[in-house]
Write a protein of this length. Structure first.
Length: 485
């Protein structure tokens, strides 16, 4: 019999996620483009819902298994996997190229007809699919075999009815380790390829999120808007103006030096990078000043919500870090930790542990998303397709949505492995633990928890970087003036 509670959750979850994604897009979109490309924004919101549902399917799968809900979660997983792949490989790249051509048109790159834009976008998507197919086929030939570890029984054989206890074994009996090999389905291997790409996204941006999400909330409370007098506003604006004039002069000096034909050295590149950092800091200070002036005091409740959120997210981040260390990294000494907590909560109430499991899984996805928005795709100090509050173009939305969709698959896999004791016997465990976790050669990546060994040091590194950046933000003028000298 199908459980009514699961049906209600299945209906409510997409609606709640729709509201969250709509608010996120409104918060980040360029105010000038508020009414621009609305169909694209709707498609991006739908795609993000699919990626988020991929992660939230984990607690749903556990609940369905626990109460024998009768829902076909195996079929739902296949539908979600296919939808995530289509959005990540075809739909979002199409939207990205489509609007990239639109930007070329607006910036004087020549009139780009609608037909040409459609053809260019389709060709680009076909090239991406072709490259992805070649990679998948080549990898499938070499790594598409799962090797499941078994214990082999060595003995003579007689009639099972005549054997003691019906074992069919004649003493002396012996066992030895062995493997049963079988080739996984192509669809499952495609998920594996996306999954491995997503591990790079999850490790980098997830570590940023673990460190930055609590910090940003505490920092938001400490620096919550306060009413500014006109005198202070004018003084601060004049100070920022003078700093901007100095930065313009400094930038012209760097430009003249680059055009002089002299050989560029590492010192020159470092000066340019420091100038870019100083420009970004002054720009942030100006936006913060205008926010304080236009919204004096601000809603008081928001500041306190950030404080409470800072404490809660700190608890989540610390628990995740400890769980990765204790359950995944320490060899032969697995401490169940959060698994034990979820099991105990389920004993108190059937769905309590499932809710907690969902919160931890969704928090990891939020850390990946917010880490991506904060750090983004960078090459040294050059930031490609950044997500900026109130100033994000549609191309940045499409590009970052691709990374989020790929990362969602990996978050699903990672949570299934991290909570394998609690989520055993689920359809997700059969896919990620028993099948993908047994692939030839690739299984060692999971057996030795390579991702955890990389993620934890990166979290420590980003904590140190955030502390360093916090000091710089307090004294931006002294910082770039000393570097300029």
């Amino acid at each position: 019999m199908v459980d009514v509670v699961l049906i209600i959750v299945l209906c409510i979850t997409p609606i709640a996620l729709s509201v969250i994604n709509a608010l996120m897009i409104i918060h980040y979109q360029n105010k000038v483009e508020a009414t621009y490309a609305i169909p694209t924004k709707i498609i991006i919101a739908i795609g993000l819902i699919v990626g988020e549902c991929c992660v939230l399917m984990l607690p749903f799968d556990v609940a369905n298994t626990t109460v024998n809900g009768g829902l076909p979660t195996s079929t739902l997983w296949k539908a979600v996997y296919i939808a995530v792949g289509v959005f990540a490989i075809a739909i979002f790249p199409f939207l990205f190229v489509w609007h990239q051509n639109d930007i070329t048109d607006l910036t004087g790159g020549g009139a780009v007809s609608t037909v040409k834009r459609v053809v260019t976008s389709i060709i680009t998507v076909l090239i991406i699919i072709g490259i992805f197919a070649v990679v998948c086929i080549a990898a499938y030939i070499f790594f598409g075999v799962a090797e499941v570890e078994v214990r082999r029984l060595d003995s003579g054989l007689i009639d099972s009815e005549a054997a003691p206890n019906g074992t069919g074994c004649i003493a002396p009996c012996g066992t030895r380790p062995g493997y049963v090999s079988f080739r996984v389905s192509p669809v499952l291997f495609i998920i594996t390829v996306i999954d491995f790409v997503g591990y790079v996204i999850m490790i980098i941006f997830g570590s940023v999120g673990f460190a930055s999400v609590p910090y940003d909330l505490f920092y938001g409370f400490i620096n919550r808007p306060h009413a500014l007098s006109e005198r202070i506003y004018t003084e601060q604006k004049t100070k920022i103006y003078n700093e901007a004039v100095e930065l313009i002069k400094w930038g012209k000096d760097l430009r003249d030096h680059r055009r002089s034909g002299d050989r560029k050295t590492n010192k020159d590149r470092m000066k340019y990078n420091k100038w870019r950092v100083a420009v970004d800091l002054v720009d942030q200070r100006y936006k913060q000043l205008e926010l304080l002036h236009s919204n004096p005091g601000g809603p008081i409740v928001i500041g306190w919500v950030k404080l409470i959120g800072g404490f809660l997210t700190t608890i989540f981040s610390v628990c995740w870090i400890l769980h990765i260390l204790l359950y995944l990294i320490i060899p032969n000494k697995k401490i169940l930790f959060l698994n034990s907590m979820f099991i105990a909560m389920n004993e108190a109430w059937t769905f309590l542990g499932t809710i907690a499991y969902g919160l931890f899984a969704f928090y990891l996805l939020c850390c990946v998303i917010l880490g991506l928005f904060k750090f983004g795709l960078r090459f040294f100090c050059v930031h490609f397709y950044p997500m900026e509050k109130g100033d994000t173009p549609i191309t940045s939305f499409a590009f970052n949505a691709i990374l989020i969709m790929i990362g969602a698959i990996t978050v699903t896999h990672f949570c299934t492995v991290a909570f394998s004791t609690y989520a055993e016997n689920t359809d997700a465990a059969q896919v990620f633990v028993e099948s993908i976790g047994s692939l030839r050669i690739l299984r060692y990546f999971f057996t030795y928890s390579v991702y955890g060994m990389v993620l934890l040091p990166l979290v420590a590194l980003f904590v140190l970087c955030i502390c360093k950046c916090h000091r710089i933000k307090q004294y931006p003028a002294y910082y770039y003036e000393s570097e300029k000298a």
